[in-house]
Design a binder for this molecule. Structure first.
Ligand SMILES: [Zn+2]
Length: 310
């Protein structure tokens, strides 16, 4: 009855959008599993990139697009969080300095590169060699692209993951917010906190006077998307509370949940993982069984691996 499959005769080419002078967003359609956004600031002599892509092929294509704009090398790569779609391609940028939150390094090393696990449709990853940040921070760090500051800051608590970090360009009023926002896709909180993500979006992200926000997946947007995503997260928490009260498992609950206005968002099966996390946020379980939650997403998907076009 439920399927993550969606029509995709051919995914369009990645789009390079100059969101401010010398600041680019690299938007990969269609933004589903493992198809993320990146971006970069092209300084006169060096480039700062925000995130890598998932596969070797996608990351090399991204690097070529950077080279189409500037001959300068990527000297610094910032990881917004540890997820593989944003970090597996790190190795392509060696010997760039890779900046990330301390937990980003720890979690990327711990999760490693499991390859094709059966949860998602198999992907041609290329010669991925896990390459974690080699310059870590706990709170914030400020880089400079020529005379322009690039401010990297940890959001302060678990949200999408344990290590979400924002990249803010105050002069250009551009915010790269990683997977704290999905534009057109279902948010995914399994490795973070539903409740934490609401707090972070409302208290940490919303106050930035951003003219343009580059989300982790989907088209660049403005601050209106924050309230839209918070609406979904509140829906998840409210649904989870009903399921807990009714004694339902997250999978049983997901199967009988009407996603309503969120039904058309990509990767809708994420509701299952999100409910698993919400049960923990609400105190119904102590620890989230990550593998069990991923397996439940496959069950929800009719037993089929989740669609993945990376
Ligand atoms: Zn992510």
């Amino acid at each position: 009855m439920s399927s993550s499959r969606h029509e995709h005769p051919e995914l369009g080419p990645a789009e390079l959008i100059e969101v401010a002078d010398r600041v680019f967003a690299y938007i990969q359609p269609d933004g589903t599993w493992y198809i993320n956004n990146t971006g970069f600031v092209a300084g006169r002599e060096s480039v700062i990139s925000v995130d890598a892509c998932s596969t070797e092929r996608r990351t090399r294509a991204y690097r070529e697009r950077i080279a189409s704009v500037t001959p300068a090398p990527v000297s610094v790569l910032i990881n917004t969080h540890h997820h593989g779609d944003h970090t597996y391609g790190n190795f392509v940028f060696k010997p760039a300095t890779i900046i990330g939150h301390e937990n980003c390094r720890t979690e990327l090393i711990e999760y490693g590169f499991p390859g094709n696990t059966g949860i998602w449709e198999p992907v041609e990853w290329g010669a991925v060699a896990v390459t974690p940040p080699n310059l870590t921070f706990t709170d914030r760090v400020r880089l400079w692209s020529d005379e322009y500051p690039v401010e990297v800051s940890y959001v302060g608590q678990a949200a999408h993951t344990s290590n979400d970090s924002l990249v803010w360009l105050p002069e250009q009023e551009v915010l790269f917010c990683g997977d704290l926002l999905f534009n057109g896709g279902t948010p995914f909180l399994l490795m973070g906190s539903v409740r934490g993500a609401i707090e972070v979006l409302e208290s940490v992200v919303a106050p930035f006077p951003a003219r343009v926000i580059v989300p982790g997946h989907g088209a660049p947007c403005d601050r209106d998307l924050i309230a839209t995503v918070v609406g979904y997260l509140r829906f998840v928490l409210a649904t989870a509370q009903k399921g807990i009260d009714a004694g339902l498992s997250p999978l049983e609950l997901a199967r009988q949940t009407d996603l309503g206005e969120y039904d058309g968002w990509l990767d809708r099966e994420r509701i299952v993982g999100n409910l698993h996390r919400a049960y923990a946020d609400l105190g119904a379980v102590d620890v989230v069984d990550l593998r069990g939650a991923l397996a439940d997403m496959v069950n929800f998907n009719g037993g089929q691996p989740l669609s993945c076009y990376a």
